[in-house]
Write a protein that binds this ligand. Structure first.
Ligand SMILES: C[S@@+](CC[C@H](N)C(=O)[O-])C[C@H]1O[C@@H](n2cnc3c(N)ncnc32)[C@H](O)[C@@H]1O
Length: 229
C-alpha cells in the first residue's frame, strides 16, 4: 500500500488492506465503530488527503504520508498499554491532521493535548472539530501548532508522543534526532507508533518496544516504546 498517494478509490484500497489484515467481520465492525464515534462526538475527521493535494510550505512535504484519521478502537488499545492514569499527563500528536487523535486523547482524560501539523487545511479542520467538542472535555487544554514536525521542539512537559504513520523512513530518522535526547532526559516518557512501518528505525534509536499490539491476522498495529526499556 502506498502511504503517500491517494488512489482513485481510497476507501476501496483501505477496505482491501483491512480485509487482508483483520478479516471481513473485524473490518466491518471497526468501520461501524469509527462511524459511530464520529456521530457521537459530532466531528468530521474522515477522508484521505495526500500531501500534494494540500497547502504545505516546508521541505518535509515529500516525506509526508497521506492524511488518514486514527481508529478509536486501535487508539484505545494503545492507551491501555500505558501504565499510568492520564489526568496529569500531556499528549503530543506528531502530524495531528484533522484532530481525531487529539480528541480521542482528551476523551481518554489527558490534561493537555498538543498537535503539530504542516497542512494548513487539515489544521483548520482540527480547529473546527475541537471547537465542537471542547466543552465536553473541560479538563483538557487543546493546543494546535502549524508547521513541520521535524522542526518542532518537543516540549519538556510531554509524557506521551503519538505517531500514526505520519511519514517515510528518512523523516522518521529525522524525528528520532529530536526524540532521542528527550528519551535520554525524561525517563517516564512513552512513544506510541501506530501502523509502525518504520519500527526498525525507532528500535535503532530507542531500543526494543516494550509492548506490541497485534491485529487479528498477527500483523503489528501498534509498537510502544519507553525510555525505561
Ligand atoms: C496518518 S495521518 C494521522 C493524523 C492524526 N495523527 C490522526 O491520528 O488522526 C498523518 C498526518 O501527518 C501529517 N504530516 C506528515 N508529515 C508531517 C510533517 N513533517 N510535519 C507535520 N505534519 C506532518 C500529515 O499531513 C497527516 O495529517
Amino acid at each position: 500500500m502506498d502511504f503517500k498517494h491517494r488512489g482513485k478509490l481510497p476507501w476501496l484500497s483501505h477496505f482491501i488492506y483491512s480485509l487482508k489484515h483483520r478479516g471481513l467481520i473485524n473490518t466491518c465492525a471497526l468501520g461501524l465503530k469509527e462511524w459511530q464515534k464520529e456521530r457521537e462526538l459530532g466531528i468530521d475527521t474522515f477522508g484521505d488527503k495526500a500531501s500534494n493535494e494540500l497547502s504545505i510550505d516546508c521541505g518535509s512535504k515529500e516525506g509526508g504520508h497521506l492524511y488518514q484519521p486514527s481508529s478509536s478502537v486501535i487508539f484505545e488499545r494503545a492507551m491501555n498499554a500505558l501504565p499510568f492514569n492520564f489526568t496529569d499527563k500531556v499528549f503530543l500528536d506528531i502530524g495531528s491532521g484533522k484532530g481525531r487523535a487529539l480528541i480521542l486523547a482528551a476523551e481518554a482524560g489527558f490534561k493537555k493535548v498538543i498537535g503539530i501539523e504542516y497542512a494548513n487545511e487539515l489544521n483548520d479542520m482540527a480547529y473546527t472539530n475541537i471547537e465542537k467538542v471542547k466543552n465536553r472535555f473541560p479538563n483538557t487544554e487543546f493546543v494546535l501548532r502549524e508547521g513541520d514536525a521535524l522542526a518542532f521542539d518537543i516540549p519538556e512537559e510531554v509524557d506521551v508522543i503519538y505517531l500514526f504513520n505520519p511519514f517515510d523512513e528518512d523523516a522518521v530518522r529525522g524525528l528520532m534526532k529530536k526524540v532521542k535526547p528527550v528519551f535520554a532526559r525524561q525517563k517516564s516518557i512513552y512513544l506510541i507508533y501506530v501502523h509502525p512501518v518504520h519500527s526498525d528505525v525507532l528500535e535503532e534509536a530507542l531500543g526494543s518496544p516494550v509492548s506490541i499490539i497485534n491485529n487479528q491476522k498477527g500483523g503489528v498495529d501498534v509498537a510502544v516504546f519507553s525510555a525505561i526499556s
